[in-house]
Ligand binder design. Structure first.
Ligand code: SF4
Ligand code: SF4
Length: 106
């Protein structure tokens, strides 16, 4: 026990000083889906793989939309994308009170 006590006295605390210090998210954290429209080919695979029906791709108009409140951050769209144009951001985003749909164009 004495060994553990001495070790803890001289080691860095495991707790974070948030909001006084920057928040560090562990690897693999699932946040908001972000798209790189320059790489997207509007194939619609992400739309078909989404279990929450949150994504809508209109190939003719080259638009990619996501219903933010419907998304459950499962990552299925990220895994399905053949062009690696989707990723799950690990940044904090403020909670929303409106059912907004974000649309991105090529
Ligand atoms: S799967 Fe990828 S390339 Fe295809 S529409 Fe979705 S984001 Fe674009
Ligand atoms: S992370 Fe999951 S729920 Fe969200 S858009 Fe992608 S597939 Fe749909």
């Amino acid at each position: 026990m004495l060994k553990t006590l001495v070790k803890n006295l001289f080691s860095k605390p495991v707790t974070e000083r948030f909001p006084f210090g920057p928040r560090e998210f562990p690897a693999g954290s699932r946040g908001q889906v972000v798209i790189d429209t320059s790489a997207c080919i509007f194939c619609g695979l992400c739309q078909r793989k989404c279990p929450a029906n949150a994504i809508k791709v209109v190939r003719a108009e080259k638009t990619w939309s996501i219903k933010r409140m419907q998304c459950i951050s499962c990552g299925a769209c990220v895994d399905a994308c053949p062009k690696d144009s989707l990723k799950l951001d690990s940044k904090y985003f403020t909670p929303d009170v409106t059912k907004r749909e974000d649309t991105y164009n090529a």
